[in-house]
Structure formats: C-alpha cells, structure tokens
Design a protein around this ligand. Structure first.
Ligand code: NDP
Length: 462
C-alpha cells in the first residue's frame, strides 16, 4: 500500500464522493478528493437545494392570496427575480464552503482540479499537470442534463442548470419532459407568474408514481392555469427575429415562448475521464457499470451515485458511499439496499411516496386492499382554495402488510419520510390502526381509514 501516494482517491466532490472521502479519512486512510467545479455537486450547487429554495419562493403568491381568508390585508406585492438569485447564490456559497471544509477537517487532501484516470492506479490532475497514484479509486462524477442534441434548435434551449442563473425571469416558458425536474420547474415558474406549458410525450406525467396521484396533480396544475400538454413532444425550436422562440411540437402546434427548458433525463459524466485507460467499462448510455458492491470492471476502482445510473437520488449516493466504505475498509461486504426508497416531488401540490404503487402491488400480490381518501385540508377552508389532499395506503390482503403509501398535498414530502420508517419496517395495517391519531392534522387520516375503499383481486377491482 505504501507504494501509492494515496490509499483512496475520490474523483468528484458531490454528495457521494464527499461522504466517502470523509469516512475513509476518518479511518486514518490517506485520502485525496478532486473536484473540478464546486464542492457540493448537483444536489447543493445546481439541484435539490437551490430548487427547494425556488419552490419556497414560488409558493408566496398563493400564500398572499390565502391570507385574505384569515383576515389579513396584503398590500401590493412584487417579485424581484435578481434578488432571489442573489440570495440563493449566497446560500449555496455558504453550503459549498461547509462541504469543502468538512472534507478538509476530516483529513482528506483537496484538489480543486479536474482528475482523469490514466491507468488502474494512476490519476492525472489536469490543471496542476501532476500525476498521482492511489491504491483504490472512487468515481463519483455524477451526471448532467441531457441537452437533446438530436433536436434541431436544441442550442436555444436551457436546462435546469441555466434555470438557476437566468438573467431575467421569462414571461412564457415551455418545459419539455414529464419527470421530476420538468414537473417541479413547471410549478416553480408558474408560481412566479410565468405563463407555463409542460409538454410531455406520454399519456400522463410522472411515470412510475401512483396513477391516482398523477391524475390528481395533473388536474390541479390545469386548474390553476398551468397547461399540461401530453401525448406530444417537441420536434424543433427556432429563434424568431424578436429573440423569442418558436417551439414546434410533433402535433404541429407551435408554442411561442421566451425560454424552452429541457428536462428529459440526465447523462453520466464519464466523457474524457480515462475510463478506457483504467479498464473501467461503461454501459450503452455511458454510465459506469458496477456490481452489487459498487465495484467497476477494474478491480480496485469503484463508482457510486448518478454516474452509475442506478437510482439518481442524493440519499442513495450517500448510502452507496457508506456501504462502500464498509466493504472496502472494514472488510464487511455491504450491498446498498434499494428496497422501499421514499421519494418526493416538490410540485405544487407536493407528492410524497414510499413503497409499491397500486398498479405494481396488484401485479405482485393475489389480493390487495386500497385505502383512499381525498379531502379539502383545513388550511384551504378559510382561504377558499379548492385544492384537495389525496392519501392512499396499499395493503396486502393476506399478510395485512402496508406495501405502499402515497400522498398528494401539503408537506407530502415530510410525511413520506416518516411513513417510510413504518413501510420499511413492514408494519401491518392493524398497527397503523392501533396508532393514536394526532388531531387536528391532515396526516391523521393515515391511521383512521378503517375500511378499504376497494380491493383488487387477480388484477381486477372488486
Ligand atoms: P426523469 O427520468 O425523472 O424524467 C425524464 C422525463 O423526460 C420523462 O418524463 C421522460 O419521458 C422524458 N423524456 C426522456 N427522453 C425524452 C425525449 N427524447 N424526448 C422527450 N421526452 C423525453 O428525469 P429528470 O431529468 O426529470 O430528473 C433526473 C433524475 O433526477 C430523476 O430521475 C430523479 O431521480 C432525480 N431528481 C429527483 C428529484 C427529487 O427527488 N425531488 C428532483 C429532481 C431530480 P418518459 O416518462 O416517457 O420516459
């Protein structure tokens, strides 16, 4: 081991890379970490964190309206985009500093540089023009938005990366895609007063989520004037003489907008990384291939997080990092556990979900019970807002185990985190029923739905 400059070299200072570097350094390993851009990665710099700050900003318009119902007179309101960007940038800078200092404090050597592989143990630091060696190497370079190069006019479009730095808030925007990013950003822009159209190729947004929630969210978005245009996609985008964009859909419809945002999935950051030189195999989409323990095709090189195209979520990358450290430095081979991952979509209303959807549970289990409630939350009574909250529990009729919980409405993400403990622990519906309600809350519905709304047997609703 002494033959190498480092015991462990991490390429990429995002959530996964930083966690792995910190844990390894805390064990007394000689660790280095290289980041070519900013510490914090997608989540902190251009993803989850700034997105959530934008979500909060975009919710105020409705809050000002709702306040009247509770006796408040709200004077003239005005939104200033540059102020939001500046405040967000300051917060991101603060977090970035914490990320970098934590990794330094743990004892890892930091390189603010691009690192590329030159062999199974060799790494070149591009700016420094220096070559170092390491016993074990971790690739944690993350991903970036797919910029849809095959579409004519793609160069006129923005992605989530540019959305965080737009000089001006557009008056009209078209967002392409029907996944997390498209839905979240469409709601953000709409909340900030932008005329927004979401264009999605499938029949219903948010493929993979429970169908009930998908339809209910779609309707809620439509109702508030956010156009959701399904079963269509963009064919081309042209710049018009006045600087606006004409986005032409397959159906022939033309959307004249100030910005077109692409949110059609993400691509692994493996280009020019030297994977070939190091014997690291990639899959057809360019992601690093790994085994159950995050080991690549090179024996001493590992990969975690979005660069591996497993589950693209920050907590998953962090969990993969923890498992990897157990495996390679504690000699306790530990596979990441991908079962029952709770998730949230920060749409407005929000979605929180954990476990199986009704559709998947109906395929896997002979008979399921569905407990479903849709109601107007108390907060919407005095305000007069007509948004409904939807909650669903999917239960295996034989074992009574709660297989899935799905929520649409206020704080659904927060609720999903707590429900995840119960669903992951395999608790039964009877244990939910035995739990005292917290009153008055919306969440009390989760422990007071005593009779199933319907059952599904052999795939048929009965
Ligand atoms: P998603 O995979 O969620 O969605 C991609 C969307 O783009 C899908 O609706 C897909 O359609 C559509 N699409 C794909 N290719 C094309 C194409 N060529 N033309 C038109 N539409 C296309 O990716 P996102 O980019 O939204 O997000 C990336 C990942 O980041 C997510 O998978 C998620 O794991 C993570 N993320 C998580 C968040 C959270 O936890 N709240 C927030 C943001 C991101 P189809 O459904 O038909 O395949």
């Amino acid at each position: 081991m002494g033959a190498f400059d480092y015991d462990f070299f991490v390429i990429g200072g995002g959530s996964g890379g930083v966690r792995a570097a910190r844990r390894a350094a805390a064990l007394g390993k000689r660790v280095a970490i290289a980041e070519e851009y900013r510490f914090g990665g997608t989540c902190v710099i251009r993803g989850c964190v700034p997105k959530k700050l934008f979500v909060y900003a975009s919710q105020f318009a409705e809050s000002f309206e709702d306040a009247r119902g509770f006796g408040w007179s709200v004077g003239e309101t005005r939104f200033d985009w540059p102020s939001l960007i500046a405040a967000k940038d300051a917060e991101i800078e603060r977090l970035e500093g914490i990320y970098q200092s934590n990794v330094g404090k743990a004892g890892a050597e930091i390189f603010n540089d691009r690192a590329v592989l030159e062999g199974p143990h060799e790494i070149r630091l591009v700016e420094a023009g220096r070559r170092v060696t390491a016993d074990k190497i971790l690739i944690a370079t993350g991903g970036r938005p797919n910029r849809h190069p095959a579409m004519p006019g793609a160069e006129h479009c923005i992605t989530s990366e540019e959305a965080f730095h737009l000089k001006k808030l557009p008056k009209r925007i078209a967002v392409l895609g029907g996944g997390y990013i498209a839905v979240e950003f469409a709601n953000i822009f709409h909340g900030l007063g932008v005329e927004t159209t979401l264009i999605y190729r499938g029949k219903e947004i948010l493929q993979g989520f429970d169908d009930d929630l998908r339809h209910e969210l779609h309707q809620a978005m439509d109702k508030k004037g956010l156009r959701v245009h399904c079963c269509d996609t963009l064919e081309r985008v042209d710049m018009r003489g006045d600087g606006t964009l004409a986005a032409t859909a397959m159906s022939g419809e033309v959307f004249v907008v100030d910005e077109v945002m692409l949110a059609i999935g993400r691509t692994a950051n493996t280009e020019n990384l030297g994977c070939e030189a190091a014997g690291v195999a990639l899959d057809a989409r360019g992601a690093v291939k790994v085994d159950d323990y995050s080991r690549t095709s090179a024996e001493n090189i590992y990969a975690i997080g979005d660069v591996t195209h497993r589950v693209q979520l920050t907590p998953v990358a962090i969990h993969e990092a923890m498992c990897l450290i157990e495996t390679i430095f504690h000699d306790r081979p530990t596979k990441p556990d991908y079962d029952t991952i709770a998730t949230a979509v920060f749409s407005q209303p929000e979605i929180g979900a954990v476990g199986l959807t009704e559709c998947v549970a109906a395929e896997r289990f002979a008979e399921i019970e569905v407990y479903r409630t849709a109601f107007r939350p108390m907060k919407n009574t005095l305000s007069g807002r007509d948004g409904r909250m939807l909650m669903k529990l999917v239960v295996d009729a034989t074992s009574r185990r709660v297989l899935g919980a799905h929520i649409l409405g206020h704080d659904a993400g927060e609720l999903a985190q707590l429900l995840a403990i119960a669903v992951k622990a395999g608790l039964s519906k009877d244990q939910f029923d035995a739990t005292m309600a917290v009153h008055p809350t919306a969440a009390e519905e989760l422990v007071t739905m005593y009779e199933p709304s319907y059952r599904v047997r052999g795939g048929e609703r009965i």
